[in-house]
Design a protein around this ligand. Structure first.
Ligand code: IVH
Length: 670
């Protein structure tokens, strides 16, 4: 083909391909088949190969991922990329609205509500309608040039419908479904999983080689326009979002124009309810003053605009199906039913199992195998089943009943008086022994690096370790015979075991897994008795004399040390040279008393802790948690949707901590 003719055809092809790309990736409404699209693309690539001088910046061939860059260039943002003020409760949203209302002294303020996409902020520079450069947020003032990677995102237009010059802002993300597929693919390639879609998106954009980004299912929603020249006159944020859509950008469908506070509150609730079903992850709602002139009048602080706020959601729910119900035997013999789920992405991690707690809860929730269920996850906590979607039942679901014998040792299960849980009381039950080995080696206990769950299981099943005492008699020649255990890993494990012998007494106490003896009790006991033998022979009175140590712990300790199994294990540990004494002057042992004398009240739902965990954390530092707010309360920890306790606290002028404040506070004080 002659060059002239080729140029003409290339123009046609570019226009066609970009148009169909738009139909497919922005409108989600393809007009031609994939094969037809590929044919057009192939023709374009061939012509461009013949006449490289005809390649333009808006050619769809740019999407494939060109040459790697050698480093990331710095890009100065024309307007700083600020962050947002976070709001965790409806009462704080009311405060935000009132604050704005005071400035304008008018009744109703119009806001725009947008889902807060959990991805990465990017800034895109278009010159005369053509994509020129794109960058990360960086420190808000200067970011890194990631144009080469952004070009690969199919939903970002290379050429706009109008020849404007503007800086455009949006969020790059990976859709939930694509994320699960991406991890599956990585698994089959022997590559490690990405922790969550956000990390995967960030990792993809921070590559020097754009061919990597081109293979990742990146997508982008656009939420802001900084007009420089040639743009339409706009007076509201809402209009600018519509305009961005007209220009060819993907603007979220769940945005909404909100008239006043009530509609804003309603919107937050609505999006919160819709969150589990959205095909992408969000972590809240962004509320922005609609009138652009008012935005300018309100201005911004050094950190965030005064005209916007992020209403953050806390824990999250997802929808899945119960594939099976199995029972799990814990280290103390407690038998709990566990739902095996179809993997579902919730709040940034893949959930495959959910605890059903005990038989009573199983019955109360009427859970069947095959049921579609709503799963709830809060922070690092074990996910739970909130409710069964009974209307989705097909009749093929199956009932589950708790076993009467232990699935691990086949002994009959018992229900101890006053307890809801079924228990396997066989001290030689393999499942319990394995759980005890896992616990012994865990981070909060002896902290034996390299001895994770699957190795603990292998060690037990192979017969090398029957109880934790045997760990210290392992030999390299035995270890290397295990699956996936090389010389180096065996040596490392032996070294970690050797090191753990020098641990302080409190760690050993935790590691032995005595019922009711958690970290705080272990520290108190270690500090007082100074030696394991003295704890073992202490009388009930000597133990209960200690502050914070009650009769429940004392009875449990005496029961534990009385048993022959315990005596055998302690003998092995002592023979191996495991330290049984308090390491005087060891800073680690001293109980953390940073909250001593402080009283906390918890209200609302927290993101990173359950109520129970927050309570334990406070108590582990010597603080107290009480139920109601009074003038004796020192702090109120307020989560999402706090109750009247928050109002009461405000009335009494008590310090209120958000979850973020609390995390900072508890870390600083350690
Ligand atoms: S507006 C000055 N709108 O949230 C206003 N941000 O916590 C700046 N984000 O850095 C942002 N979805 O990465 C805005 N619809 C949305 C958003 C959104 C997600 C992110 C963005 C920003 C962060 C602030």
């Amino acid at each position: 083909m002659e060059k002239n003719e080729a140029a003409g055809r290339l123009e046609q092809l570019k226009e066609l391909i970009n148009r169909h790309n738009y139909y497919y990736h922005v409108l989600d409404n393809p007009q031609i088949s994939d094969a037809e699209f590929d044919r057009l693309m192939k023709e374009l690539l061939e012509l461009e190969k013949l006449y490289p001088e005809l390649v333009t910046p808006d050619s769809p061939s740019k999407r494939i991922g060109g040459m790697p860059v050698s480093s990331f260039q710095q890009v100065k943002h024309l307007v700083p990329m600020l962050s947002l003020e976070n709001i965790f409760a409806e009462s704080e949203l009311k405060d935000f609205y009132r604050r704005i209302g005071r400035v304008f002294k008018t009744g109703v303020i119009s806001l725009v509500g947008e889902p807060k996409i959990d991805g990465l902020a990017v800034s895109l520079y278009y010159e005369d309608g053509v994509f020129k450069r794109g960058s990360t947020r960086g420190d808000g003032y200067t970011g890194e040039d990631i144009t080469h990677n952004l070009l690969t995102i199919r939903s970002l237009p290379l050429r706009l419908k109008e020849d404007i010059t503007a800086e455009i802002r949006g969020e790059v993300f990976i859709p939930r479904k694509d994320f699960l597929l991406l991890n599956k693919k990585r698994e089959s390639q022997g590559l490690p999983h990405f922790a969550n879609p956000r990390n995967a998106a960030a990792g993809s954009l921070r590559q020097l080689d754009p061919r990597i980004a081109a293979e990742r299912p990146l997508d982008a929603f656009i939420y802001s326009l900084i007009a420089l020249s040639g743009t339409k006159e706009l007076s509201t944020h809402w209009d600018s979002l519509q305009y961005l859509r007209e220009l060819g950008f993907k603007v979220n469908d769940n945005i909404s124009l909100l008239n006043g506070l009530d509609e804003a509150l309603e919107y937050c609730r609505l999006i919160g309810a819709r969150r589990p079903e959205l095909p992408y992850e969000i972590d809240g709602v962004v509320l922005k003053v609609n009138d652009l002139e008012r935005q300018r009048q309100l201005g911004h602080t050094s950190r965030a605009p005064r005209w916007a706020a992020a209403f953050k959601f806390s824990s999250e729910e997802g929808i899945s199906r119960i594939r099976d119900i199995v029972v799990n035997v814990g280290r103390t013999g407690t038998v709990t039913p566990v739902a095996v789920l179809e993997p579902v992405l919730i709040a940034g991690s893949v959930v495959k199992r959910a605890s059903l707690h005990n038989e009573d809860i199983l019955k109360e929730k009427e859970v069947l195998i095959g049921d579609e269920v709503v799963v709830h996850k809060a922070g690092d906590v074990i996910p739970e089943i909130v409710k069964v979607l009974k209307e989705k039942r097909t009749g093929k679901e199956e009932t589950f009943s708790m076993p009467t014998i232990c699935p691990s040792c086949n002994r009959g299960l018992t229900r101890l008086e006053g307890e809801v849980a079924l228990r396997c009381v066989n001290p030689a039950c393999p499942a319990q022994l394995i759980e005890r080995i896992k616990h012994f080696a865990s981070r909060g206990a002896m902290d034996i690096t390299g001895l994770g769950d699957s190795l603990a299981e292998q060690l037990y099943v192979s017969g090398l370790v029957k109880d934790v005492g045997d760990l210290y008699f392992l030999k390299k020649e035995d270890l290397v015979k295990l699956d996936r255990m090389g010389e180096k890993s065996a040596e490392n494990l032996l070294e970690a075991l050797q090191q753990s012998k020098q641990n302080d007494l409190f760690r050993l106490l935790v590691a032995l897994g005595i019922r009711f003896v958690g970290e705080r009790a272990a520290r108190i006991l270690a500090l007082h008795f100074k030696n394991l033998h003295r704890i073992a022979s202490a009388t009930f009175e000597e133990i209960t004399m200690l502050e914070e140590i009650g009769p429940k712990i004392a009875i449990s300790l005496q029961e534990f040390f009385k048993q022959q199994e315990t005596k055998d294990i302690l003998q092995k540990l002592e023979m191996a040279g495991v330290n049984f004494s308090l390491l005087e002057g060891n800073k680690e042992t001293a109980a953390d008393n940073s909250f001593k004398g402080l009283t906390f009240v918890l209200t609302g739902a927290l993101t990173n802790y359950t109520r129970q965990q927050a309570k334990e954390l406070i108590e582990s530092k010597g603080g107290k948690v009480v139920n109601s707010v009074s003038k004796n309360t020192d702090y109120v920890l307020a989560g999402d949707n706090p109750g009247s306790k928050l109002d009461k606290a405000k009335e009494l002028g008590i310090k209120i901590l958000s979850e973020e404040d609390f995390s900072r506070f508890s870390n600083r004080k350690t």
